[in-house]
Design a protein around this ligand. Sequence first.
Ligand SMILES: Cc1cc2nc3c(=O)[nH]c(=O)nc-3n(C[C@H](O)[C@H](O)[C@H](O)COP(=O)(O)OP(=O)(O)OC[C@H]3O[C@@H](n4cnc5c(N)ncnc54)[C@H](O)[C@@H]3O)c2cc1C
Length: 499
Amino acid sequence: MSRTPSRRTVLQGVALAGATVTGFDPATRSWAAASPETASPGNGAPPAGPARIPRLDGTLVTDASSLTAAADDFGHIVHHRPSAVLRPGSVRDVVAMIRFCNDHRLPVAPRGQGHAAFGQAQTRGGLIIETATLAEIGDLDSGSTTVTVGAGARWSAVARATLAHGLTPPVFTDYLELSVGGTLSVGGLGGQAHRHGAQVDNVTQLRVVTGTGELVRCSPSRRPDLFHAVLAGLGQCAVIVEATVRLVPAPGTVRHYLLTYDDLDTFLEDQRLLVREARFDYVEGQVSADAGGAFRVHVLEAVAYGPPVGPEPDDTVLLRGLRHDPATVTRTDRTYYDFLDRIAPFVAELKEAGLWAYAHPWLDLMFPGRSAADLAAPLLDALTPATLGPGGVVLFYPLLRERFRTPLLRTPDDDVFHLFDILRTVPPDDSAAVDRALAANRAAYDTVLAAGGTRYPVGGMRLTRDDWRTHFGAAWPALERAKHTYDPNGILTPGQGVF
Ligand SMILES: Cc1cc2nc3c(=O)[nH]c(=O)nc-3n(C[C@H](O)[C@H](O)[C@H](O)COP(=O)(O)OP(=O)(O)OC[C@H]3O[C@@H](n4cnc5c(N)ncnc54)[C@H](O)[C@@H]3O)c2cc1C
């Protein structure tokens, strides 16, 4: 019996359906699969030639459909095909495979729910670690102040588990079907963030696997350099396998207001007033097109929590002094979970209409409060319903800088700043329109950067390493040091293009 794989069983980035990957041949940079020829020689000795894959609790696959799926994301713009996908059965698997990849200088990218817009969770020819199998939610009771969750858990599952005990993480993204590891690697923003900071500001401890395969527990007081390099660290220094997240009491119901403004300045001034006063528990906003296609319908979305967290919402108190159009106020009382999951029906419609499969060259920027109107006006003037695309959305909402304490989540230098997102859709085969959108994104970023703004690093934009250095600014040296310490061979998360 041959002890080395035949040419047929060595995978040159080629799929092998149904086979178990057992080895990696460093000479050919290819994976080898089990077959009668490559199976153990019978005396317990590993086959010579390819390096043997560590024993795994989960599975390592190289079949075509897994590789193709891992070479796509919500953006549908970038397609880098990995050579294998790990579905870990345990944290031990993540450790073992990162050590293995580090030894063989193979790139590795963790992938949560794959909702990145520009290949951030992809790698050409390396290993994708799909974290969805690491989704355990730790024990809880009504007195818990934190919950420990697997990095692959979705925020919807975390919300349901904690609400069963009357508790909630303080901040959610608008869409709940994102993974904990995915949003903690970028920041995690939502309408509650003006009160509590981003999701990364509400993490008390992490368990991570570094680029050398070391499993480490870190927190603000234990290996703080690593903790601060991982939160909003774009997967550059370690893979998050578990996060401990702060909990607060949850409201039973909330009152949800939609207030319309026809004037951009007034809309933004009222946003800033509301977050400085912390009058509401949640504040967001959107800009949409009027009947003539001009983007000047400004809708402020504000939510007040009811008992047991807040008093019964009082419209007179909550809306006092605001300068919206009083004729168009919409007010809805709903359960807290319905509110958190409010965009689920919209997402279902987008999927039904095939728009989820459209390209998403999203633009995500942060404006200093003082220049928000000046920066937004030309971008909104240039926007048309056609360039936004069907199902596209413009988000525009305020955040309070003092609540943001995570060094790698870069925020503009102003006490109030605004998140501004143009969430475009483009027909997937219209590459010229995608290129135009990416060029427009880049031009907008350059203008905003010059005015003291930043970008929220989730959208579609072509960036150089120098751009990243500029983006991280004063936080760059610590990130660079951590990269050299924790991922010295630079194998982690190349799709971000940071190093
Ligand atoms: C419909 C939609 C709505 C959104 N709404 C919001 C919102 O309201 N607020 C907001 O802040 N963002 C929002 N986002 C952006 C979203 O938070 C990011 O794109 C996030 O990274 C996606 O999570 P994911 O699990 O899909 O991550 P993936 O796309 O799988 O990964 C994103 C990045 O994180 C890295 N990563 C993933 N898991 C880990 C891990 N365990 N350890 C280390 N790095 C990891 C990946 O390698 C990659 O670089 C939205 C995106 C979409 C598509």
